[in-house]
Design a protein around this ligand. Structure first.
Ligand SMILES: Nc1nc2c(ncn2[C@@H]2O[C@H](COP(=O)(O)OP(=O)(O)OP(=O)(O)O)[C@@H](O)[C@H]2O)c(=O)[nH]1
Ligand SMILES: [Zn+2]
Length: 384
């Protein structure tokens, strides 16, 4: 194996973990210092497993422990570690994140928990075994959108062209809806509530639609979100195919055989692309995306408190503290634009959720009405 500290020849093995020209450019500063690039596949108690051109190595995060909990080394991060020879290796720096999946830990705006970083696709899994819950799908979509906005917070010098994570809705267990026309209607229903978001049906059982999903996940890093029982693990296994063994073999490449029993939270997919599955992401449904806006843009909400008008829209109002901050340069225009975009998206989702909710309630009434009518008729029949 090539153990050269120059990233160009040795980092080609990192391509399967998502290494690209952008990361190479970000890393060049550390390459000249002889550091080795790698992607964090697992974190626990101040240590992490890092996939490097030398195989998976254990590294200590002591030198990169930040005050800010949002900057704690996380699964999905790209880092620079010591070259081989130092034991233990240390994580020397964290490359700027492209996206971050953040969960607010409380209703206070200060604390956030980073669940996974550098995600390109948020795959929202929805089971066709039960009736579609549109409000829930929309909550997951809001979450996916907040992931793309995480970048604005964590990467001040972000390229505005970078769009962040893309959501995709996968209707799982499609084999349970054998009628193609019904399946198409269900897809159209979900599409109507999620403009611009791809919606597909997949059956892990008979393999239908798996190729379409695999094509999406083959580029970049994906996470699977969804209710318990939505079929995430089954889909992950289907995407990983027989390559799970191969992944283990790579893990042993550090030759020390110390961590062979631990699980990884980041896996290279055999068809290309990377899958992140962390326990933290599993419970993400508890997160309220609506409150996320104020947390991600806390400084804007704080400024807004000083606006002359209570309901200031920060457009052209006199005495607007937000616009003042733009004027003096303390608040970047890009931040305000991102804030407005997310607020708009949130309002749109909330409005839609309410409409859906009303439709659901109406449907439930009708259903109950029908049951009541049937029961009445049955009773009458018996009396006759
Ligand atoms: N009919 C059918 N059943 C499926 C399919 N995929 C998964 N299932 C079943 O759905 C159930 C739940 O699947 P899981 O993959 O464990 O769901 P999960 O989302 O990982 O659930 P948690 O681990 O609780 O988050 C299991 O009994 C699976 O066998 C499918 O394509 N068709
Ligand atoms: Zn204002």
């Amino acid at each position: 194996m090539n153990l050269s500290s120059s990233p160009s020849p040795s980092s080609s093995s990192l391509a399967r973990f998502g290494w690209d020209e952008g990361w190479e450019a970000e890393f060049s500063l550390y390459a000249v210092q002889g550091l080795v690039p790698g992607r964090v596949v697992r974190v626990d108690r101040g240590l992490c497993d890092v996939a490097t051109p030398d195989g998976v190595v254990r590294a200590d995060t002591e030198f990169v422990v930040p005050r800010d909990p949002m900057k704690i080394v996380c699964t999905g991060d790209w880092v620079a570690v010591d070259p081989e020879g130092s034991d233990p290796r240390y994580v020397r720096t964290l490359l700027p994140r492209r996206t971050a999946f953040v969960r607010s830990t409380s209703s206070k705006r200060s604390e956030g928990q980073v669940l996974a970083t550098n995600i390109d696709h948020v795959v929202i899994c929805v089971s066709l075994a039960v009736e579609l819950d549109y409000a829930r799908i929309e909550r997951f979509l809001a979450l996916a959108m907040s992931c793309s906005m995480g970048e604005a917070l964590l990467r001040e010098a972000a390229d505005p062209q970078e769009s962040g994570a893309q959501p995709v809705v996968v209707l799982t267990k499609a084999d349970l809806v054998p009628d193609a026309v019904t399946r198409t209607h269900l897809v159209q229903d979900v599409e109507a509530g999620a403009p611009g978001v791809p919606v597909l049906t997949v059956s892990a059982r008979d393999g239908d639609g798996l190729d379409v999903l695999a094509a999406i996940t083959s580029g970049g890093t994906s996470v699977l979100l969804g209710q318990s029982g939505a079929g995430k693990s089954t889909l992950a296994n289907a995407l990983l195919g027989g390559d799970v063994m191969d992944v283990r073999a790579v893990r042993d490449a550090d030759g020390k055989g110390r961590h062979t029993t631990t699980t990884r939270n980041l896996l290279a997919l055999p068809g290309g692309g990377v899958l992140i599955d962390t326990p933290g992401l599993r419970g993400v449904g508890l997160w309220d995306a609506g409150t996320g806006v104020g947390q991600v843009f806390a400084e804007i909400e704080e400024l807004a408190g000083d606006c002359r008008f209570h309901d200031c829209a920060h457009e052209s109002e006199p005495g607007c503290a937000v616009l003042d901050a733009i004027g003096t340069g303390t608040l970047p225009q890009r931040r305000l634009d991102s804030y407005r975009k997310l607020l708009r998206e949130n309002q749109y989702i909330l409005a839609k959720t309410d409409a859906r909710l009303r439709a659901e309630i109406r449907k439930e009434w009708k259903r109950k009405g029908a049951i009541g009518k049937a029961a009445m008729e049955a009773k009458r029949g018996r009396l006759r």
